[in-house]
Ligand binder design. Structure first.
Ligand code: NAD
Length: 339
């Protein structure tokens, strides 16, 4: 029997997780929660997802627009083994009480604090620690992208210190409220940014400091990563280590991929749903050592890199697969990730 997954918050992340769950053979979507009868709600219903509302007061607006809803979130939670909460940040505390009332396992996204779930998840770094947990948090797109690079490097060569500059997209492409901006915005002005401590919620022993700048783009984030390793290795060693990772795609600027715009074009040409890139995109020709320190550039697709991690976390928390490596490969195969 397939595990039953509910999605609360069917927006940028929620709708992608719903489709990724549906692509797996050991789990299925039992319903998604919407607040309004938006185009996303209609498309969800068209895809065959049962649509539920977040409160009784909102049922009227669905009825008036001619959209059928299956019930309220309370009814959905009673049918689910686990709920993926992808509501906007800071609603988590309130919803946690509801999930506890319905005795359903729950996972949140990076907009919530680590303390809410008490456990932050990354598929390669700590899958086995999530086995059977009731609550977990999938760290943000940026933190996920950083851990995918830092974890294997630390495991193989040891990291003495990591210093990261995050050039962040100012908003998601559909988020007209936040953009466009015609500026580069130090964010936050007071250094360092929260991304270093967030990495430490999963890899507590890494000495990492980060700074962030909001940029006039909606496409992707770009990370400039500088690492001092404990053991000596070559550029080729780093390239082959990262190239073997299940969710890192190495690209080369010589192939004409010189920017995040061309990475997005690559995703579309690959036929990826919504033009998503679930993997970190590391420029192979950026991997360099200068005065003993490692440097590289990577691009992170903010809307989708956390999606496969959500699927793996469901598998771990429900005990569907004990081996993290196997879950990663299973998720990747179902999504078509061949990195
Ligand atoms: P979003 O605004 O695109 O989607 C949130 C959805 O939740 C919307 O459909 C909204 O209508 C719905 N919603 C609002 N109030 C609700 C309520 N009370 N009950 C149920 N649903 C409600 O947001 P998002 O970008 O998908 O972000 C969701 C979470 O994922 C946040 O924690 C965010 O920090 C995190 N995250 C976002 C990104 C990204 O780039 N978008 C990347 C990684 C993690």
């Amino acid at each position: 029997m397939k595990a039953k997954v509910a999605i609360n918050g069917y927006g940028t992340i929620g709708k992608r997780v719903a489709d990724a769950v549906s692509a797996q053979d050991d789990m299925e979507i039992v319903g998604v929660v919407k607040t309004r009868p938006s185009f996303e709600a209609r498309i969800a219903a068209g895809k065959g997802y049962d649509v539920y509302v977040n409160s009784k007061e909102n049922i009227d607006s669905f009825n008036k627009s001619g959209m059928e809803v299956r019930g309220t979130i309370d009814e959905l939670l009673d049918k689910a083994d686990i709920v993926v909460d992808a509501t906007p940040g800071n609603l988590g505390e309130e919803y946690k009480k509801l999930y506890q009332k319905h005795r359903v396992k729950a996972m949140w996204q990076g907009g919530e604090d680590h303390a809410l779930a008490g456990f932050s998840f990354n598929s390669e770094a700590n899958y086995e620690d999530a086995l059977g947990l009731d609550f977990a948090r999938i760290v943000s797109c940026n933190t996920t992208g950083l851990i995918r690079v830092l974890y294997p490097l630390d495991k193989k060569y040891g990291i003495r210190k990591a210093r990261v500059t995050l050039m962040r997209r100012a908003a998601d492409p559909g988020d007209i409220k936040k953009g466009p901006i015609n500026a580069l915005v130090p964010d936050p002005v007071k250094l360092p940014s929260h991304h270093g401590p967030d990495v430490n919620s999963i890899l507590p022993d890494i000495d990492i400091t980060s700074v962030g700048v909001k940029t006039s783009t909606t496409l992707m984030h770009l990370h400039a990563v500088n690492i001092e390793l404990k053991e000596t290795c070559s550029e080729d060693d780093v390239i082959s280590l990262l190239g073997e990772r299940p969710r890192i795609m190495l690209i080369n600027s010589k192939d004409g991929i010189k920017s995040t715009a061309q990475v997005m074009e690559l995703a579309k040409d690959m036929g990826r749903p919504r033009g998503d890139i679930w993997e970190n995109i590391v420029w192979k020709d950026s991997v360099s050592f200068d005065r003993g320190e490692l440097y590289l550039f990577q691009a992170i697709h903010q809307e989708s890199d956390v999606v496969p991690e959500n699927v793996d976390a469901i598998r771990a928390m429900l005990g569907l697969e004990a081996d993290g490596g196997k879950s990663i490969l299973k998720t990747n195969k179902a999504l078509g990730i061949t990195a």
